[in-house]
Design a protein around this ligand. Structure first.
Ligand SMILES: [Fe+2]
Length: 327
């Protein structure tokens, strides 16, 4: 494998393993969208740090700070992926599977308006509506604009906007903003966690609380190195320790809250000038690791024929693939 010469090196893995949902849950997926496209969501963290890294002046003089912001931006990509996977797991199976192209007529429950009370049958042989359950879901974009998949939106369906990016060019101000952004993100994760007991959503929130917590401490330490202020003393914000959430505590027991991964084989060598000393909450020693986490496989998302998602393949192409695979 050759690392060098690539601007971006992507691996087909998720940052951590996500369990299957207890049951399909479109409204939990709608809530989790806040962690994707909300003001404090992962799209905001990645784009804030990415633009600040593009625009960073005097990189040589302020090298540890540049390395920190740029390196964290890289990790945020894996968080967007993980939120997407959680939303897609929660949305899978939320409407009745039915294939309008199938040889026999689609069999599914009748819509509310044409059903015969007490049975699944329809009045006058009316065509059933396999997406009828979507009528009661909080986010109908999931069923109309996508194939029961995540979108760059918040929990109320507002699309993410570049106005969420703050990039003043003043390092102290940008670091202060990033610290606030991560604390706001933490508050949102805690509230989504408290909204649903679904294991997929809670595993996502638990992991992001830990890794987002690393970024909170990183920006607190950066402000400390830049100004002498002891920002770590005001943690945790909001005032509940990650160890109170079982899905976060299990990661902290393995020390995941103390590790800054270096997301490059050669670059960002000065992370340890900021990421060092004791963790402000539990006193464990902070460490920089050169190896990125192994990750976990993406779930296989089942086809949803009632949304024609992903649709059909030309039979001749299926034949061609099977012949090619047999060689
Ligand atoms: Fe993140």
């Amino acid at each position: 494998m050759r690392w060098f010469g690539y601007m971006i090196h992507r691996f087909d893995k998720l940052a951590t393993e996500l369990p299957e949902p207890a049951a399909p849950n479109a409204n939990a997926a709608a809530a989790v969208q806040e962690l994707m496209g909300g003001k404090f969501g992962e799209m905001s963290t990645i784009m804030n740090y990415t633009f600040q890294s593009f625009n960073f002046r005097a990189r040589t003089k302020f090298r540890p700070f540049y390395d920190l912001v740029t390196n964290i931006a890289a990790e945020e990509y894996s968080h967007i992926e993980l939120v997407a996977a959680a939303i897609n797991l929660l949305l899978t199976g939320t409407t009745t599977r039915a294939d309008r192209n199938a040889a026999s007529p689609i069999k599914t429950k009748a819509s509310k308006t044409n059903r015969i009370r007490g049975s699944g049958a329809t009045k006058n042989g009316a065509d059933p509506a396999p997406l009828v359950d979507a009528m009661d879901m909080r986010n109908t974009y999931h069923f109309i604009a996508s194939g029961q998949q995540c979108l760059p939106i918040d929990s109320m369906g507002n699309f993410w906007t570049g106005q969420n990016v703050f990039c003043s060019g003043n390092l102290k101000l940008d670091l202060l903003h990033n610290f606030f952004l991560e604390c706001g993100a933490r508050g949102n994760k805690m509230r989504v966690y408290e909204m649903t007991d679904d294991p997929t959503a809670r595993a996502l929130c638990g992991f992001l609380l830990v890794r987002g917590g690393v970024h909170i401490v990183a920006y607190a330490k950066a402000l400390e190195k830049l100004t002498g202020a002891d920002v770590g003393r005001i943690l945790p914000i909001p005032d509940v320790n990650n160890k109170k959430f079982p899905e976060a505590a299990k990661h902290e027991e393995k020390g995941l809250h103390t590790i800054m991964f270096r997301w490059s084989p050669e670059d960002y060598r000065e992370l340890d000038k900021i990421w060092n000393g004791p963790h402000p909450e539990d006193g464990q020693e902070l460490v920089v690791e050169d190896d990125i986490p192994e990750g976990a496989p993406w779930p296989e998302f089942t086809e949803e024929p009632q949304l024609v998602s992903p649709g059909s393949i030309d039979p001749e192409m299926i034949h061609w693939y099977s012949e090619a695979l047999a060689k």
